[in-house]
Design a protein. Structure first.
Length: 197
């Protein structure tokens, strides 16, 4: 997330184990988890490297899929999500607002993970297991936020999240779908600047 290891850069299990003062086993386990998220690539007989950045075509396809699926998930969540899950979403949104004040790359990485959790909770709240599985397997948030450091993204995203939560709290499927669509369109616009020529 911090680009301390550049996209495509090799990752030495040996060096990481020494640097962290642990054996190779937990390092390999961590790298396997990162591989499952698409952040690390393992090549036979070569080893691990950081995943390449997403290209413009993949970025466009990602948002096409998200705009098809996530507003639907939000509409269903407005009907099916439990009150406790909505409270959990509100709590997560509050913690993300605290991160907004911290302008460091570490806080930005933490925000990206929380943003992923926010969208995951809504997908889970939709009650549709296939929708949840599709969205959780994309790991979009880590890849998007890894494109570049965009401090304004956190404040804008938090405001958009509030609109989604408000629609869910009102149990209004149309408003929830519209708020999610708006959030995704704004998010796409924020990250599109990375690909500008």
């Amino acid at each position: 997330m911090s680009h301390k290891i550049a996209p495509g850069g090799r990752i030495s299990v040996d060096s990481l184990a020494r640097e962290l003062g642990v054996s190779q086993t937990p390092v390999r386990e961590a790298l396997s988890r990162l591989e499952a998220q698409g952040l690390v690539v393992k090549t036979h007989l070569i080893g691990y490297s950081a995943a390449e950045q997403m290209d413009k075509q993949r970025f466009e396809q990602l948002y096409e899929l998200r705009l098809l699926v996530e507003p639907f998930a939000a509409a269903r969540a407005a009907v099916h999500m439990s009150d406790d899950s909505i409270k959990e979403l509100e709590s997560l949104a509050q913690s993300m607002k605290l991160l907004e004040r911290n302008n460091s790359r570490a806080a930005y990485g933490q925000f990206a993970q929380s943003d992923g959790e926010f969208h995951n909770l809504i997908a889970l709240g939709s009650g549709n297991e296939l929708v949840h599985a599709v969205l959780s397997n994309l790991h979009t948030h880590l890849h998007l936020f890894r494109l570049f450091y965009h401090s304004r993204a956190t404040a804008d995203a938090n405001n958009e999240h509030d609109q989604i939560i408000e629609a869910l709290r009102r149990r209004d499927p149309d408003a929830a779908a519209a708020a999610m669509s708006h959030h995704l369109e704004c998010s796409k616009a924020r990250f599109t600047s990375y690909f500008s020529d």
